[in-house]
Ligand binder design. Structure first.
Ligand code: PEP
Ligand code: MN
Length: 360
C-alpha cells in the first residue's frame, strides 16, 4: 500500500517514507525488559518507543505500572537506541514527570479522554509545549468528546497534535476487544484532514492474530500510522498479554503491510479507490455481523414458539415489518423493489433458522 497522503506538521518534519510506527510494551516492567525490546526495535521503521508507566486498570489490585522509575529507563532507551519515547499521561503530576524526563510524545488514554476535567488539567500542565500530544478516542463512541479533548489542547497552545483510534467499548461482546466503528474515525478524518490519525490495532483487537488485518484496513483507510504493543515475551507480559506481538513479528508485519512508499502515476486515483473499497469492506462486514445477530434472535424466538407450540410464520407481524422497512428504505435512498427482495431473503433465512430450532 503506497503512502501518497501529504505529510503534514510534525509528521512532515519526521520525513518518513512510510506510515509512522509507534511500538513497545503495554507496560514498562523492568529495566531489562524495556531496554531489551527497544534494542530489538532499533533501526527498524519504528520511530517512537512506547511504554506505559502509569497503567489505568479496570480493577484495583492489578499491576498499575512501575511509576516514575520507568521514565529513567525510557531516557536510557533514547540514549542507547536513538528511538524517541512515548508514554501515557493522565494527570498534572504525570505530565510534569514526563516533561522532566524529556519524553517526546505524550498520549491521553481512552479513560481520560472521557473526562473534560482531566483533559483540561493535562492541557493546562502542557500549555505551550512543543512535544507531540496524541489523544486516544474516548472509551464510548462519542466523536464530540474526542474532538472536545483535541480542542482543549489546541486552546492551550499545543501545536503538535494528533489522534489515536483505539476502538470503542461495547456491552455486546464482539470479536473485537474494542469495536473499531471505522465510520467514526473516517468522519473525524474528513472533518480534520490535517490532524494526524494513528490506529491502535492492539487495543481494538485484544488478540495478536487479528492485528495484521486491522492494521491493513487502517492503512487502506489512509491512516497516518500505527501504534502496536510489542513485547519480547508477550505471554508473560504484566498487562495486555494476549494482544502483544514480539519485535520479530512486528518487523515482519511492517514488511508484509507494504507500508513503504511506492511511486505510481495513478497514485491519487488508486488511493481514493482503495479508501472507498476499504470502507465498503468495513460496511459489508458489519452487514454480515448484523445478519448473524438477527438470526440469533430468530433462534431465540424459535425457542419460545416451540415452548408454546406456535406456528413459525406470523403473517401480520411480517407485513408490519415490511411496511416499516419500505418507509425506512425510502428515507435512506433505497428502492421499494430492493427492500422487498432483501427482506424476503432475510425472512426466509429467519424461517429456516426457526424451523431448525422447532423441528430440531
Ligand atoms: C495503552 O495504550 O496501553 C492503554 C491503556 O490504552 P487505552 O487508553 O487505549 O486503553
Ligand atoms: Mn495496553
Amino acid at each position: 500500500m503506497e503512502n501518497t497522503k501529504e505529510l503534514r506538521t510534525w509528521l512532515d518534519d519526521l520525513k518518513l517514507d512510510h506510515p509512522l510506527v509507534i511500538a513497545g510494551p503495554c507496560s514498562a516492567e523492568t529495566e531489562e525488559q524495556v531496554l531489551g525490546i527497544a534494542h530489538q526495535l532499533k533501526d527498524t521503521d519504528v520511530s517512537y518507543y512506547r511504554a506505559g508507566i502509569w497503567k489505568p486498570r479496570t480493577r484495583p489490585g492489578m499491576f498499575e505500572g512501575v511509576g516514575a522509575l520507568g521514565l529513567k529507563w525510557l531516557q536510557k532507551v533514547k540514549e542507547e537506541t536513538g528511538l524517541k519515547t512515548a508514554t501515557e499521561v493522565a494527570n498534572r503530576a504525570h505530565v510534569e514527570l514526563a516533561l522532566e524526563h524529556d519524553i517526546d510524545l505524550l498520549w491521553i488514554g481512552a479513560r481520560s479522554t472521557v473526562s473534560p476535567f482531566i483533559v483540561q488539567e493535562i492541557a493546562d500542565a502542557l500549555k505551550g509545549t512543543d512535544k507531540i500530544v496524541l489523544v486516544k478516542n474516548p472509551v464510548n463512541p462519542d466523536l464530540a468528546l474526542w474532538l472536545g479533548a483535541v480542542e482543549r489542547l489546541a486552546t492551550a497552545d499545543i501545536k503538535n497534535l494528533g489522534v489515536i483510534h483505539r476502538g470503542f467499548s461495547t456491552y455486546d461482546k464482539s470479536k473485537y476487544r474494542n469495536n473499531p466503528e471505522w465510520q467514526l474515525a473516517i468522519e473525524l478524518q474528513t472533518k480534520f484532514p490535517d490532524l494526524p490519525l494513528i490506529n491502535d490495532p492492539s487495543h481494538i483487537t485484544g488478540k495478536r492474530d487479528m492485528i495484521f488485518d486491522v492494521s491493513q484496513t487502517a492503512l487502506d483507510l489512509n491512516f497516518d500510522g500505527l501504534m502496536i504493543e510489542t513485547h519480547s515475551n508477550p505471554d508473560a507480559a504484566w498487562s495486555d498479554a494476549a494482544q502483544q506481538v514480539t519485535p520479530k513479528t512486528l518487523i515482519q508485519m511492517m514488511i508484509d503491510l507494504k507500508i513503504r512508499k511506492e511511486s505510481d502515476p495513478e497514485a491519487e486515483y488508486n488511493t481514493n479507490l482503495n479508501n472507498l473499497r476499504a470502507q465498503i469492506d468495513v460496511v459489508d462486514n458489519q452487514l454480515i455481523e448484523m445478519m448473524g445477530k438477527r438470526m440469533k434472535i430468530a433462534d431465540s424466538i424459535g425457542g419460545l414458539k416451540k415452548q408454546k407450540n406456535v406456528a413459525v410464520l406470523q403473517s401480520k407481524r411480517w407485513n408490519e415489518i415490511l411496511g416499516n422497512m419500505v418507509l425506512e428504505g425510502e428515507q435512506n435512498g433505497l428502492s421499494e423493489e430492493f427492500i422487498l427482495k432483501m427482506f424476503k431473503a432475510i425472512h426466509q433465512e429467519s424461517i429456516n433458522h426457526q424451523e431448525k430450532v422447532i423441528n430440531g
